[in-house]
Design a protein around this ligand. Structure first.
Ligand code: NDP
Length: 443
């Protein structure tokens, strides 16, 4: 068996009960196989054995008091996966499904994604099985403060810089940042996604969704197509989905459907984004309320968004939300591009099927890298004690996304897999991290 496949077998043996992590490792190692096995120096330096093992996984108790006075307990995590090219960097997720497996898959993906941005950021991820849905602002604050009461000793502007993810946005980052500052007396760039008035960057809120649309646009352009006039599906209705829809609409695309974990809406006239923002960002309500704003739209309970005919599909909700039967429907209905806004939203089988049918496929670790890229820009602004305008940040973001696309396209071509951007992204992301690890010795 080849070196790469041996390591993958070992990953499967050692991490039983961690399906998401095994899935991410399988995707990455399988696509790296030809590249790594042709270069014995990686095996000599034990690069793969090291790269699949987090440098550190921290698991801790998070007790907090709910509004009825009852003490509740959740489990907190921070996986510091790889610091070869910079301080650990990656979001924090609050969702009942959070487990060590999900933290490790996200942290592992983040290592390669952050490398692709060209900025000096290592990879990490954190979170908790805390469910923010239906909690009061006070309960959210109590939880965030308690989570930080442990996390603060493991992070720092040059050590580990968390950000938002599912269930964590401006409000939660503010509460966690405030508690960090209180515990350490240090006002530093220890978080990204901060409020503008205390060190946040313009365009960070929009960055992941905008970046996704920029990368999709570039991929389509270089393949003789464009977003203009196309019908687009965007799953999810959170931070990534909302700003993906905004930019797709600005680029002339027509988004006809969005979803949340209860169901999806279809609006043949095109999604009214102001309505979605009001429902999701202001009122934190369910997506079926869209019908109160646009009575002609249709709401369907449950999953099924990928059955709507479209040209372009953008999964922006969560992992494993686009399955093989969904891919079959997309192909049957004439979809020609899938661009991942979420992390690992498409299963391995679905990805393979889409690629076999020549669907342009932009993998999340490249396509959603606009968020962490702009986080990198936020860190730069904090270090320089300066603030760039929205347009300055947006222009830099656009430049980064075009560069990422060119790099993954070139890496795919060099590997003899032209047009396979999964292979391209994994090789391009891996090369820099592996080289840094080799230069730093057995660490
Ligand atoms: P949000 O919490 O803002 O939104 C998530 C959306 O997806 C919500 O509409 C939510 O619905 C839906 N969703 C979440 N979990 C599920 C589920 N199990 N089944 C169905 N729907 C679900 O998160 P973000 O927009 O920040 O993140 C979305 C994805 O993008 C994640 O994969 C994240 O890792 C990735 N990402 C985010 C970045 C960022 O900057 N925020 C950067 C890069 C990647 P409901 O409200 O009903 O739960």
């Amino acid at each position: 068996m080849s070196y790469t496949m041996n390591v993958l077998e070992e990953v499967k043996q050692k991490n039983q009960g961690e399906p998401e992590f095994i899935q991410a490792a399988t995707e990455i190692l399988t696509t790296l196989q030809a590249y790594v096995d042709a270069r014995p120096e990686y095996e000599e330096a034990g690069i793969l054995e090291r790269i699949v093992e987090p440098e550190r996984s921290i698991i801790f108790r998070v007790p907090w008091v709910d509004d009825s006075g009852k003490i509740r307990t959740n489990r907190g995590y921070r996986v510091q996966f790889n610091s070869a090219i910079g301080p650990y960097k990656g979001g924090i997720r609050f969702h009942p499904s959070v487990s060590l497996s999900i933290m490790k898959f996200l942290g592992f993906e983040q290592v390669f994604k952050n490398s692709l941005t060209g900025l000096a950021m290592g990879g990490g991820k954190g979170g908790s099985d805390f469910d923010p849905k239906g909690k009061s602002d006070r309960e959210i604050m109590a939880f965030c403060q308690s989570y930080m009461n442990e996390l603060y000793r493991h992070i720092g502007a040059n050590i580990d810089v968390p950000a938002g993810d599912i269930g964590v946005a401006g409000r939660e980052v503010g509460f966690m940042y405030g508690q960090y500052k209180r515990l350490t007396s240090s006002f530093e760039g220890v978080f990204t996604g901060k409020g503008i008035v205390y060190g946040g960057s313009y365009a960070r809120t929009e960055a992941t969704g905008f970046g996704l649309a920029y990368l999709a646009d570039e991929m389509l352009r270089q393949n003789g197509k464009s977003i203009e006039g196309k019908t687009v599906l965007v799953s999810g209705a959170g931070n990534v989905a909302i700003y993906a829809v905004q930019k797709v609409q600005q680029l002339g695309g027509k988004v006809v459907a969005m979803s949340d974990s209860n169901g999806f809406i279809y609006d043949s006239e095109g999604i009214d984004l102001d309505a979605i923002k009001d429902i999701k960002e202001v009122r934190r309500a369910r997506i079926y309320e869209y019908l109160n704003y646009r009575p002609n739209a249709v709401y369907t309970e449950g999953r099924g968004i990928w059955g709507i005919p479209c040209d372009i599909a953008m999964p922006c909700a969560t992992q494993n939300e686009l399955l093989e039967p969904d891919a079959e429907l997309l192909i049957k209905n004439g979809c020609f591009a899938v661009c991942e806004g979420a992390n690992m939203p498409t299963t391995l089988e679905a990805t393979e099927l889409l690629q076999k049918n020549n669907i342009l496929f932009a993998p999340g670790k490249a396509a959603n890298a606009g968020g962490v890229s702009t986080s990198g820009l936020e860190m730069s602004q904090n270090s320089m004690r300066t603030s760039w305008t929205f347009d300055e940040v947006d222009q830099k973001l656009k430049g980064i996304m075009v560069t990422i696309f060119n790099n993954i396209a070139a890496a795919a071509k060099d590997a003899g897999a032209e047009g396979n951007y999964v292979v391209g992204a994994n090789i391009a992301g891996f090369k820099k991290v592996a080289e840094a690890m080799m230069l730093q010795g057995a660490v």
